[in-house]
Design a protein around this ligand. Structure first.
Ligand SMILES: *[C@@H]1O[C@H](CO)[C@@H](O)[C@H](O)[C@H]1NC(C)=O
Ligand SMILES: *[C@@H]1O[C@H](CO)[C@@H](O)[C@H](O)[C@H]1NC(C)=O
Ligand SMILES: *[C@@H]1O[C@H](CO)[C@@H](O)[C@H](O)[C@H]1NC(C)=O
Length: 202
């Protein structure tokens, strides 16, 4: 309603319309320049298992070389992980030396994570002109439960297969013993018959 009235008003006054167009154009221009500075977080929530290497993958677009900084936040506080300027310098905090890899696109790789690495990872990209962009990634590190379950399942299947084979073997043994006994019985019966016949013949 308001916009309609405004538009009507603008139409009535040609100069105002001109100003509105100019303002809109200016807004569009700023939006476009802001669009050039962006930070893309491809996976804001990552589930990992203990000892896995985890890539906290981001990509930025901006003019010039920015300064990238990663921090880790959990209930126990915030720690700095690394701060670097692609092609210029790299500063990795002592508690993370040898445990992380950094990339020019702003991504950070955590090597062999453990459960204490669960938490929020904050990335800040500061452009030369001072514009900052922020991103957050939540990492959950779990114990290798699934593989445990898998192992248990495989173990049970193995046990069942073995018991099935044993049962079959026992059944076969039983059967053959019965057969043997039967044969022996028949053999005995026939020999006694023969002897009986012989005695009768004599
Ligand atoms: C991570 O695990 C949670 C449950 O523990 C699940 O809800 C979520 O979808 C998982 N996320 C991904 C990206 O696998
Ligand atoms: C950033 O670079 C790394 C290493 O080259 C790559 O694995 C990752 O996919 C890249 N991230 C994005 C979002 O492009
Ligand atoms: C690297 O980090 C240390 C400790 O946080 C700091 O004293 C030093 O000034 C940093 N160097 C650069 C080049 O940022």
């Amino acid at each position: 309603m308001w916009a309609l009235r405004c538009l009507q008003g603008c139409r009535q006054h040609g100069i105002r319309l001109g100003i509105v167009t100019l303002c809109l154009a200016a807004a569009g221009w700023t939006l476009q320049t802001q669009g050039k500075v962006s930070l893309l977080v491809s996976q804001p929530h990552i589930n990992a298992t203990v000892a896995q290497n985890v890539l906290l993958s981001v990509a930025y677009t901006c003019k010039g070389r920015p300064v990238i900084e990663w921090k880790y936040t959990s209930t126990s506080g915030t720690t700095k992980i690394a701060k670097w300027k692609p092609g210029s310098y790299t500063n990795i905090s002592s508690s993370y030396t040898g445990r992380v890899n950094i990339y020019d696109n702003g991504s950070l790789q955590l090597l062999s994570v453990n459960m204490r690495d669960s938490g929020y990872y904050l990335v800040t990209v500061v452009e030369t002109l001072g514009t900052s962009m922020y991103g957050t990634i939540l990492l959950n590190v779990y114990e290798i439960l699934y593989e445990d379950l898998h192992f248990v399942a495989v173990f049970f299947a193995f046990l069942m297969a073995v018991s099935a084979i044993l049962i079959c073997l026992m059944w076969l043994c039983n059967k053959s013993v019965h057969l043997l006994q039967k044969e022996r019985h028949q053999l005995k019966a026939s020999t006694t018959e023969e002897t009986e016949l012989q005695t009768m013949g004599c």
